[in-house]
Design a protein around this ligand. Structure first.
Ligand SMILES: *[C@@H]1O[C@H](CO)[C@@H](O)[C@H](O)[C@H]1NC(C)=O
Ligand SMILES: [Zn+2]
Length: 393
């Protein structure tokens, strides 16, 4: 199908499957591998578009479900889309809305027609179809929009996994047929198939025939065994076309990002950095700091030495400790740092790939983040060994 993006790989790691590329979208370039921050409007958990711009963020994610409720499709059409609505001139990705419905709403029910759910307003039955999801996302105007897929838990087994995979393919066809702005919005397919390699293979085969501008690996990060997780990711990056971006949905822990980049993934999103900030947890290259702990009461250093974020430039650990134990403003300060951390982590990886020093960078990262080798996660050791990096050597 038609594409409104270009994807140019600048460097390939000579050891792993990692690559550094430039994804050019309608609202400008995105250096990949990239982490896309996600937050909901009006919560102190997230960052404002302005704050993301200050952090040099090139692409952010918004939820179609929330935008569809507020401001709503009519307002979005009037104002000319979500970029204008929220003064964001850079790239935007929207999900299909389906996942939010299945996870947020009771009584969500999947039928061939779409996802049926009870309206949060009056309880009446409503339906999110592939056509409706595309129509909403066309009104939002995101640079990347995701197909509606049949989401199941990664722990589901049996015939339901295959059913969901085939339905996701049929829904992709309906999304393609009803997508109106192929000249300025890119539709990504979502590979399903659970933890079953044969189904994943079949799904990749069918979806690549549709030739969408990019592909996502869906249905993971839901509590499955990590050894199964990385093998599915790796299988998908092996099978997907090399000239298109690959997006691994819902991945955001630092070690997961590092492993998945080594396996060849280009794009990520996760609510984790902002969600964990709410509990006063700050992410650093040396692991997580629980800033609510009393041991920071008299610590006058920044959250992380060398971090360029506004929180680290202006406030001490001692101050952030005080405010996180008091109110949500403190959590917002930690959110800013955590998103800056994610963006810095990705930048370091891109630079290491371009210098062809990624394996050494990975080793240094694990040493800093976990300290002792005995603390390295077994699955990460296995995953990295599959791409010729031996963490224990
Ligand atoms: C879109 O995401 C950004 C970044 O998380 C957030 O600041 C903004 O409020 C979101 N917009 C809406 C309408 O939810
Ligand atoms: Zn910081």
């Amino acid at each position: 199908m038609k594409s409104a993006l270009t994807f140019e790989t600048l460097a390939r790691c000579s050891t792993t499957k990692a690559r550094a590329s430039i994804l050019t979208l309608p609202h400008g370039p995105v250096n990949t591998p990239v982490f896309m921050p996600v937050g909901t409007q009006g919560t102190l958990k997230g960052l404002t578009p302005r704050q993301l711009e200050d952090l040099n963020c090139q692409i952010m994610l918004n939820n179609t479900y929330h935008l569809g409720l507020k401001p709503g499709q009519e307002t979005l059409d009037l104002v000319g889309g979500a970029h204008k609505f929220q003064q964001w001139n850079r790239n935007l990705l929207t999900d299909s809305g389906g996942f939010q419905m299945v996870s947020l709403l009771k009584l969500a029910k999947i039928t061939e027609e779409g996802v049926q759910f009870a309206s949060p307003h009056d309880g009446s039955l409503m339906m999110l179809t592939p056509e409706h999801s595309m129509s909403l996302q066309n009104s939002i105007g995101a640079d990347i929009m995701m197909q509606l897929d049949d989401v199941i838990s990664s722990l589901t087994t049996g015939p339901r996994v295959e059913e969901a995979m085939w339905r996701s393919i049929r829904w992709l066809d309906r999304c393609i047929a009803s997508h109106k702005n192929t000249d300025r919005q890119n539709l990504f397919a979502i590979i399903q198939g659970g933890l079953n390699k044969e189904l994943r293979k079949k799904c990749v085969e069918e979806m690549t025939k549709r030739d969408t501008p990019g592909y996502a690996v869906g249905g993971l990060s839901g509590g499955e065994e990590k050894n199964e997780f990385w093998q599915i990711v790796s299988l998908c990056t092996d099978l997907l076309p090399k000239n298109k971006p690959i997006y691994c949905m819902g991945v955001g822990y630092a070690e997961d990002l590092v492993v998945c980049v080594a396996l060849g993934v280009d794009m990520f999103d996760c609510v984790f950095p902002t969600r964990t900030a709410r509990f006063g947890n700050a992410l650093t290259m040396k692991g997580t700091l629980s800033l609510k702990s009393g041991k920071f009461a008299n610590d006058f250093g920044p959250i992380e030495e060398g971090c360029e974020c506004s929180t680290c430039k202006e406030y001490t650990r001692s101050y952030v400790h005080l405010v996180t134990t008091r109110d949500t403003v403190g959590c917002h300060l930690v959110s800013i740092h955590n998103v800056a951390f994610q963006l810095r982590l990705m930048r370091e990886m891109r630079e290491a790939i371009q210098a062809d020093e990624f394996p050494a960078w990975i080793k240094q990262f694990f040493a800093g983040y976990f300290g002792d080798k005995s603390k390295y996660p077994e699955w990460a050791i296995n995953a990295l060994r599959s791409v010729n990096v031996d963490l224990l050597a």
